[in-house]
Design a binder for this molecule. Structure first.
Ligand code: PMV
Length: 309
């Protein structure tokens, strides 16, 4: 049975601002989603009808992936859903790759990345390519406004253009703190757009986040952890200003910071998860759990989408 797996991701800098074309930095993490597909009597996902709302991404990916005959999908995911860790991007990428494998096609990664972006855009209403491209490529991905070293591919939508670049993420650990508060990405992205349309301060915050992402990527490459931490904290404040924070996220960030270089929310926010950069992962995990979150440690995953014919 053809199968594909794709990693989840964490956004280190630049969520939300990246939707407006600003720079952002993400890394793939060692939590993956696997999709198996084979011809079947009717199209189902894990034995349930694909029409169910929880399979929006699989359904949109199947449509764009050109699936016309009935198919049986089996999906196994280690990535928590609605937690800001790219579970929808990973399932989209793995579904598209598994469908191509079924047809014995091996599309170049940029084809998968562009298709996966279109799927996310359709389901979410508005999106950037950061999650889907990171899930395709693995390792680290930096979005810039222009083409530079490590260029991978570009993605366009209307007047927005994103240039995606490979970045070597150092072997480090991040603590993730999940709030357990689920928040859908689409409405949060729409809320930021509305704010930006009305407020020059919101637009300035979005631009500052873009500058932070570029400086953060450089500081990370140089191992300047203190600076990376400061930039994380400022990025978190700006996301709060944009209205995508949550009181529990703030509490988790505050307790984690006692033993961390820095901490911030990651992904769409409104709940979801935060990350902390720390040398004292055990203490940070304990503090997060005491505050009511669920904590675990993740590592970068150098492997992007993988296909088994
Ligand atoms: O929370 P997630 O994994 O859906 O990440 C969303 C990242 C945003 O920048 C908020 C949206 C996007 O498409 O880039």
């Amino acid at each position: 049975m053809p199968a594909a797996s794709a990693p989840g991701k964490l956004i280190l800098f630049g969520e939300h601002a990246v939707v407006f074309g600003e720079p952002a930095l993400a890394m793939a993490v060692d939590l993956r989603t696997e999709v198996y597909v084979r011809p079947g009597p009717e199209t189902t996902v894990n034995g349930l009808p694909i029409a169910s709302p929880r399979f929006r991404y699989v359904r949109a990916a199947a449509k764009r992936g050109g699936a016309s005959d009935p198919l049986t999908f089996e999906i196994r995911s280690m990535i928590p859903s609605a937690a800001g860790m790219g579970s929808s991007a990973a399932v989209t990428v793995a579904t598209l790759a598994a469908l191509r494998a079924l047809r014995r096609e091996e599309p170049p990664p940029e084809t998968l990345a562009r298709l996966a972006f279109e799927v996310e855009h359709e389901v979410q209403g508005r999106a950037s390519p950061i999650d889907t491209s990171t899930s395709v490529h693995g390792n680290g991905v930096l979005i810039r406004r222009e083409r530079g070293d490590g260029f991978l591919w570009q993605v366009e939508r209307g007047d927005r253009k994103w240039f995606l670049h490979h970045v070597d993420v150092p072997a480090f650990r991040l603590v993730v703190g999940e709030t357990g508060v689920g928040a859908a990405t689409g409405p949060l992205v729409a809320k930021v757009k509305q704010f930006a349309d009305q407020s020059a301060d919101a637009r300035a915050a979005i631009e500052e986040i873009g500058r932070i992402a570029l400086e953060g990527a450089e500081a990370l490459g140089l191992g300047r952890w203190e600076r990376v931490g400061e930039l994380m904290v400022r990025n978190h404040e700006l996301l709060n200003f944009l209205g995508v924070g949550h009181p529990l996220l703030d509490r988790l960030v505050r307790v984690a910071r006692r033993w961390s270089y820095g901490a911030k929310l990651t992904g769409a926010g409104g709940g979801g998860s935060m990350i902390a950069l720390t040398d004292e992962a055990d203490r940070v995990c304990q503090a997060i759990e005491q505050e009511g979150g669920r904590a675990f440690v993740v590592h970068p995953d150098p492997q992007g989408v993988e296909v088994r014919p």
